[in-house]
Design a protein around this ligand. Structure first.
Ligand code: 6PG
Length: 461
C-alpha cells in the first residue's frame, strides 16, 4: 500500500510527488490526462506508482488515505471532489495544494466535513523548482488531520537557514489558502516596487542593464537580501537567443496576472484593511495594459543626486517592509473577523525559505511577533520602527525626485503615504465626516465627548 497519493501530474504535481518519493515515502500518482501519467511512469519504482484510473489510484493507498490534489484552481477541484467522494472512506484526508480562492475552500471544507472527510486547503509556493527541492507550505483545516500528514509535509518542505521546515499548521477552515493569498498580494507589491526602482535606475541614473544587474546583485548581498532581488539581477543580465540583446529590452511591458493578488485586495476592501501598496500593485498591472502609449518617453536632464543608488537601496528595504507589514496587518484583521487563531511567527517562518517572497527580513518579522506579541502594525515593533526612522528620509527624497521627473511610482509613493499616515493622529477625516453629515445627515463622532452627533448645517427652505 502506498503512503501518499497525488492527483494532477503536471509540473507542480509531478515534482511534489518526486519530492515525496525522494524523502523515502511511497507515492501513487494519477491524472485524468493520460499523457501526464505516461510521463510520470518513467520514474516508476518500488516507491512510485503511476495509476490510470480513479479506482486503481484510491485503492492503492493505505488508510486513512492522504491525497494531494494539485490541479488548476476553480471548477476542476469541485469535479475532482465529486469523482473522489464515492470512493473514499470516513477519516480520509484531502489536501488542495492549488491557488484556490479561500471562499471556495471554506465551502469545500464544510461540505467534506459533512461526509467525514478531512479537507486541508494548502498554499504551496516556490514554483516548479521549489516543488521538487523544497516548497513553502501553508496548510489550514482540521488540526488532527494535519498532524497525520505533518511528517511528510515537514520532510518535503524547504528549510530555513537554521534547518526548520517551512510548514506549520496555519489554522482552521480556509486559513491556509488565505495566507497563500496574502503571500501573493505581498509578492505583487514587492515585484511592483522592484519594477519602479528599475525604472528610476534606467531613466534617471541612466544605468545599463548590466550595471543595474550588478546593483541588484550587490543589494542582494546587503540590505535587500531576497529571492526577488536575486532573480531581478538575473533577469536584467539575461541575453536573448533571438537578438543577442538583453531579453528584458524585448519583453512587452504589459503585466499579466492570474488574480490571487487581486483577491487579497478584494478581501482587504471587505475588511477595511489599509493595504494601499497592494492596491497600487494590482492596479499597476491593469495600467500596464490600459495606458494608451501615446505620450513621450521620459528623458531626465536634471542632476542625478550622488546618493541616489544608496537612497534606492534604503527605499527598497523600507518599502519591502511595508509590503510585509500590509500583509500581516490584513492577516491580523482577518483573524479577528473570521475567528482564526493565527500564529504570526510561524507564518513568517513558513515564508523564510522556499517561497517567492523569501528574504532575510522575514526572520526579523518572526522576532517582532514572537512570544505572542500583538502588533496592529509591524512598525510598532522597535526594530521596524527604527528602520522606518532611518530610511524614510531616503524614500522621501526618491519620491520627491520622481515627482519632479514625472515618473510614476505608485508603489513607492503609496508606501511613503502608508508610513506617513499609519501613526498620524491628525488625518483630515474630520472634514469627510463633516461633509457626509452636511449632505446626508450621516452623523459623526466627536473628539471631546461620547455619543453620535448631527449638526443642522443649513436652514431648510
Ligand atoms: C508562488 C507563486 C505562484 C504563482 C503566482 C503568479 O508562490 O509560487 O505565487 O503561486 O506563480 O501566483 O501569479 P500571477 O500570475 O497572478 O502573477
Amino acid at each position: 500500500m502506498q503512503q501518499f497519493g497525488v492527483i494532477g501530474l503536471s509540473v507542480m504535481g509531478k515534482n511534489l510527488a518526486l519530492n515525496i518519493r525522494n524523502h523515502g515515502y511511497s507515492v501513487s500518482g494519477f491524472s485524468i490526462d493520460k499523457s501526464e501519467v505516461d510521463a510520470f511512469a518513467k520514474y516508476e519504482d518500488d516507491k512510485l506508482k503511476p495509476c490510470y484510473t480513479w479506482e486503481e489510484f484510491v485503492n492503492s493507498l493505505e488508510k486513512p488515505r492522504k491525497i494531494l490534489i494539485q490541479i488548476m484552481a476553480g471548477d476542476p477541484v469541485d469535479q475532482t471532489l465529486q469523482k473522489l467522494l464515492p470512493l473514499l472512506d470516513k477519516g480520509d484526508i484531502l489536501i488542495d495544494g492549488g491557488n484556490s480562492n479561500f471562499h471556495d475552500t471554506t465551502r469545500r471544507f464544510e461540505e467534506m466535513e459533512k461526509h467525514g472527510i478531512h479537507f486541508i486547503g494548502m498554499g504551496v509556493s516556490g514554483g516548479e523548482e521549489g516543488a521538487l527541492n523544497g516548497p513553502a507550505l501553508m496548510p489550514g483545516g482540521d488540526e488532527e488531520a494535519y498532524k497525520k500528514v505533518a511528517p511528510i509535509l515537514e520532510a518535503i518542505a524547504a528549510k530555513t537557514p537554521e534547518g526548520r521546515p517551512c510548514v506549520s499548521y496555519i489554522g482552521p477552515s480556509s486559513s491556509g489558502h488565505y495566507v497563500k493569498m496574502v503571500h501573493n498580494g505581498i509578492e505583487y507589491a514587492i515585484i511592483q516596487e522592484f519594477s519602479e526602482v528599475y525604472d528610476i535606475l534606467r531613466k534617471i541614473a541612466s544605468k545599463s542593464d548590466d550595471e543595474m544587474s550588478a546593483i541588484f546583485d550587490k543589494w542582494n548581498q546587503g540590505l535587500v537580501h531576497a529571492y526577488l532581488t536575486e532573480i531581478t539581477a538575473n533577469v536584467l543580465k539575461q541575453k536573448d537567443n533571438l537578438t543577442q540583446d538583453h531579453v528584458i529590452d524585448h519583453i512587452l511591458n504589459v503585466a499579466s496576472y492570474k488574480g490571487t493578488g487581486n483577491w487579497m485586495l478584494e478581501d482587504g476592501v471587505a475588511l477595511g484593511a489599509p493595504i494601499n501598496v497592494v492596491a497600487e500593485a494590482v492596479i499597476a498591472r491593469f495600467m500596464s495594459k490600459a495606458t494608451t502609449r501615446e505620450g513621450k518617453e521620459i528623458v531626465w536632464n536634471g542632476d542625478v543626486p550622488d546618493n541616489l543608488i544608496d537612497n534606492l537601496e534604503k527605499s527598497l528595504q523600507l518599502t519591502q517592509a511595508v509590503a510585509y507589514a500590509q500583509g500581516f496587518q490584513q492577516l491580523t484583521m482577518a483573524a479577528k473577523a473570521y475567528d482564526w487563531n493565527l500564529r504570526y511567527p510561524a507564518i513568517a517562518q513558513n515564508w523564510e525559505a522556499g517561497c517567492i517572497i523569501r528574504s532575510s527580513m522575514l526572520k526579523d518579522i518572526e522576532k517582532a511577533y514572537e512570544d505572542g506579541k500583538q502588533l496592529e502594525v509591524l512598525f510598532q515593533d522597535p526594530y521596524f520602527n527604527q528602520l522606518m526612522v532611518n530610511n524614510i528620509p531616503a524614500l522621501r527624497e526618491v519620491v520627491s525626485l520622481v515627482t519632479k521627473a514625472g515618473i510614476p511610482t505608485p508603489a513607492l509613493s503609496a508606501s511613503l503615504n502608508y508610513l506617513e499616515s499609519i501613526f498620524d493622529p491628525s488625518l483630515p477625516a474630520n472634514l469627510i465626516q463633516g461633509q457626509r453629515d452636511y449632505f446626508g445627515a450621516h452623523t459623526y463622532l466627536r473628539n471631546d465627548r461620547e455619543g453620535t452627533f448631527h449638526t443642522e448645517w443649513y436652514e431648510e427652505k
